[in-house]
Design a protein around this ligand. Sequence first.
Ligand code: FES
Ligand SMILES: [Fe+2]
Length: 366
Amino acid sequence: MTKMYSTLPRQYYTSEQIFREETQRIFYERWLCVGRVEQIPNPGDYFVQQVGLESLIIVRTRAGEIRAHYNVCRHRGARLCSHNSQGHVRDSLQCPYHAWTYNLDGQLIGAPHMNEVPGFKKEDYPLHSAHVYTWEGFIFINLASEPQPFDDLFARLSEKFAAWNIAKLRSARRIDYQVQANWKLLVENYSECYHCPLVHPALSKLSHYMSGENDFEKGVFLGGYMELNQGSMTLDGATCATPLGDVGGEDLNRVYYYMLFPNLLLSLHPDYVMFHTLWPQSSGETHIVCEWLFDPEVMVQPDFDAAPAVEFWDMTNREDWHVCEITQAGVSSRVYTPGPAYVGQEDLIVAFDQEVLKALGHHSLN
Ligand code: FES
Ligand SMILES: [Fe+2]
């Protein structure tokens, strides 16, 4: 007999204590996708990313490498760059408080009057930094002191997506959303199409909710595909562009949906790639970034238009955020108890929930 699984208890969506544990044990320990290398193409380009209570400066060095420095001055701790800022510096980051100055590698290169302090050595005060890894044009950071190597965790990914040539793609559009729902409800919503017939009438015309299957059903990388009955996921079902890279054969009739634990949702279409990154703000609020990636050679063509893909998914995203918000409200009720998952359609949710519990060191629920 098939075992019946249930979803997580209320406190996993509402408790600030569990939210703090998740911040410590998941968001401060795991590989997080912060965006694309194209955001900082030149030395001195940077952007600031908040992770829990931490703030990181993601910057390209003079040598062309990408570094992630904590946004914390080694003098008295002031933020070097303002919240969520982005921009370009020539070759250094200067603290706005007492002008301590760091090169892009994070080394302290200027500290006014500190040479008068006996024993002070600039080399003892570099910016603290986090680990960085780039994969297929995505920038990942990890705040752990000794993270598990990205390649060990996600080894199976590399060949899997080779045909889409994701590294080469460029962003045509970014939309930010602020959703009043726990980040796990958003991942759970992404992981099943049981809700599609009612919530997504337009999507359901393009892809049958019972179609496809999952090929990664356990661990930090979860997902599978669904079948397309038209060209792509767009407003009219037609593709926006010729197929990406070497996409061919049955992949021309599929959309692949994957979650890279914990914060990247990756959706591969024949003609474009969409991704979401999730940034939990509290137990009941999540900031989401969604971007649409296309082949840059197609993007320069005069008749190129990303709007049919962007508008289709913007509408679908909002349909999803709405059901996640009403779920957050209902899950917060005193009478809420976890319901049974519909095995087959919702088994990725069970796998994701188990991964969260494992990361938190909590007992498995089932
Ligand atoms: S706190 Fe940065 S220079 Fe003083
Ligand atoms: Fe959905």
